[in-house]
Design a protein around this ligand. Structure first.
Ligand SMILES: [Zn+2]
Length: 317
């Protein structure tokens, strides 16, 4: 009896395999089973990560973080949902719930993963600001710029193609100021986290797109100077500041590695460098940790001054 049932099952499976067509134009890599990867599961504040669900196309996938639904999109080889925590995220645990269903095979998967935000404090820096940069100490100027940026990051686009992984905007570049440092200016008159990673660049040296996307902004800002912002889709943006020249126009499609501008010292800074930001779901996150989601990523060399010199002062930018 068992043998007959087993044989019947195998026949049924074979029949399903033969009868159900797989649309060739949309077929992802054939995978035997649904699979889930979450990376990373331990984060610091102001860090982003992803959920990847593989195992065929099309799938029905839903992901929630603490019961709030996350955007899920087809990346070209799997389904992805992105999550990010802000600078002020307290240490603690968060629950990811992932559900997937393959309508072609009937296979379903339901699993949870715990994300742990670590107890982590970014280093503090005390900076003295030269007189000519004093306008920075006007909170309104900074807030206006942040409001303008927030409005840009609030838009959400869904391109067909998800370009991955991301690359350094200056291949072989040297980091001169890390992301996240809590900077206090002129004895506490104004304090803010450093919202990007600074790379050493001379005026006129090329700056490249970290990944493919559409140019959302190519314009001048009070503090950041000449800025290019690329919309990579699905709530991910990259920002390149203090450029001497902008070589792209809003709406233009760029590919990873395209030269989008030349480094400079525009905006409220003393010396030329590239200020590079990554934004995920409206949250500014550590660009190097974002790039490091790529397996085998080699972090850039760092020359971090013990006490920042005026050349490195970028006043929160
Ligand atoms: Zn900076």
């Amino acid at each position: 009896m068992m043998k007959i049932r087993l044989a019947a099952s195998i026949l049924l499976l074979l029949a399903v395999g033969i009868v159900l067509p797989v649309p060739a134009a949309h077929a992802g890599p054939v995978a035997p089973a649904l699979s889930v990867v979450v990376s990373p599961t331990e984060l610091v504040p102001a860090q982003a990560g992803f959920v990847y669900v593989g195992g065929g196309y099309p799938l029905s996938v839903s992901v929630t973080l603490d019961d709030a639904p996350l955007d899920v999109f087809w990346s070209g080889e799997g389904y992805i949902a992105l999550f990010a925590f802000d600078f002020d995220e307290p240490p603690g645990e968060h629950l990811l719930t992932i559900e997937a269903y393959n309508p072609l095979t009937g296979e379903s998967l339901s699993t949870t993963e715990t994300l742990t935000v670590l107890d982590f404090a970014y280093p503090q820096e005390q900076l003295a600001l030269p007189y000519r940069l004093v306008p920075l100490l006007e909170p309104e100027l900074n807030q206006n710029e942040l409001d303008r940026l927030d409005a840009i990051y609030a838009t959400r686009t869904y391109p067909d193609h998800w370009d991955w992984p991301y690359a350094l905007p200056v291949p072989g570049g040297v980091v001169t100021s890390r992301f996240g440092n809590s900077r206090t200016y002129n004895g506490g008159m104004w304090a803010a986290h450093h919202t990007g990673t600074d790379f050493r660049r001379a005026i006129g040296e090329p700056v490249q797109a970290t990944a493919g996307g559409r140019v959302a902004v190519a314009d001048s800002f009070d503090i950041r100077g000449n800025v290019v912002i690329i919309d990579h889709g699905y709530g991910v943006f990259s920002q390149y500041a203090h450029l001497s020249e902008i070589l792209v126009e809003p709406g233009q499609i760029v590919r990873r590695g395209d030269v989008i501008g030349l480094a400079g010292n525009t905006g409220r800074i003393n010396g030329p460098h590239l200020h590079f930001e990554i934004i995920v779901n409206g949250i500014t996150v550590d660009p190097i940790r974002w790039l490091a989601l790529k397996p085998g990523f080699v972090p850039p060399r760092e020359v971090i001054p013990h006490q920042e010199t005026p050349e490195e002062i970028s006043a929160g930018s």
